[in-house]
Design a protein. Sequence first.
Length: 197
Amino acid sequence: MRTAEINRVTNETDISLWIDLDGDGKASEINSGVGFLDHMLTLWSRHSGIQMTLTCEGDTWVDDHHSVEDIGISLGQAVAEALGDKKGISRYASLMLPMDESLVLVAVDISGRGGCYPVLDFPTQKIGSFDTELVEEFLRAFACNAGITLHIRQIAGSNSHHIAEACFKGLGRAMRQAVSIDTRFETEIPSTKGVLA
């Protein structure tokens, strides 16, 4: 089974996370301590099919930054661990995901070399009490710790909630395809170098 468990404790957050790359995302239990992030991770889990159990106790009386970033770090580390040597994975995925008036391009390469290259233009600084700049913080923390090259481009969008939702749904769908096993090459690492690192 392609599973991983991460426990991350700092002076700012206490995170427990378990994932299963081959789940269906329907029974995920997510309690990040940040309401909007719970919503986004629920969407991500359902659309990626990556089952997860997450709890985070963070210093949200300061703001949501530490919890959001540390959850991104932990989720990235868990995905990297669950992928193991990456034999048989499809590796690449890209799609355009519409969410009402918003349209976002997501492209993923499970390269082993983390990098995040977002081009997003949120029309508001807040979604409820959530800082929109934290979307990029989460994406960067996730991609860099998962060893994933991630490009996200906002093509259209005038509603900040819809733009964020398109990002998380799109990343979920891309991850679903990229981590899937290609049965034609299930014993091979998908790289001419022989390693993804």
